[in-house]
Ligand binder design. Sequence first.
Ligand code: FE2
Ligand code: FE2
Length: 171
Amino acid sequence: MTGKFSGFMPEWSPFSVADIGQKIPKLAPVHTLDGLQDRLRFVAFAEYQAAKAFGLAPQIFPTAPDTWKNLWIKLAQEEERHTQLLLNRMNELGWAVGSKRVSDALFRSFDRCTTAAEFNIFMTNAEAWGQESGEKFAQELSERDPETAKVFAKIAEDERLHVQWAKDLKI
Ligand SMILES: [Fe+2]
Ligand SMILES: [Fe+2]
């Protein structure tokens, strides 16, 4: 292991990230328009933090097998794509992603992974969580906002694949 994730803090633009210890606004209730906006922003930033972590992982765990490193790079691209899908949808809805602060606690939590194997377990759990919550959002939004529902459904379908890719490599 060479350094920690937080030692390679990415530039988070266009997100507006709270300083450590600074409170972030609560997510508005899920059934409101503000609530939908907050969730799109929250999930987009989770995807972005995952993308950056996957991208940095080969540097942080240089002795990991090449098969793992290749998967991380592929997943970094996938999570970047998910970030973009969600940012595009926010843009279509006229919502500025930087108008509310978000927390980078997820990214900082990757520091707890001290080995490549731990990182894989942590990320596979996160992918499974992403799949579940994506399916849930897609269902909740199916009538209210079918376009956004489609975005979440597509992401959930991809996350299911990501979990499978990790399984195929027996990680
Ligand atoms: Fe994703
Ligand atoms: Fe993923």
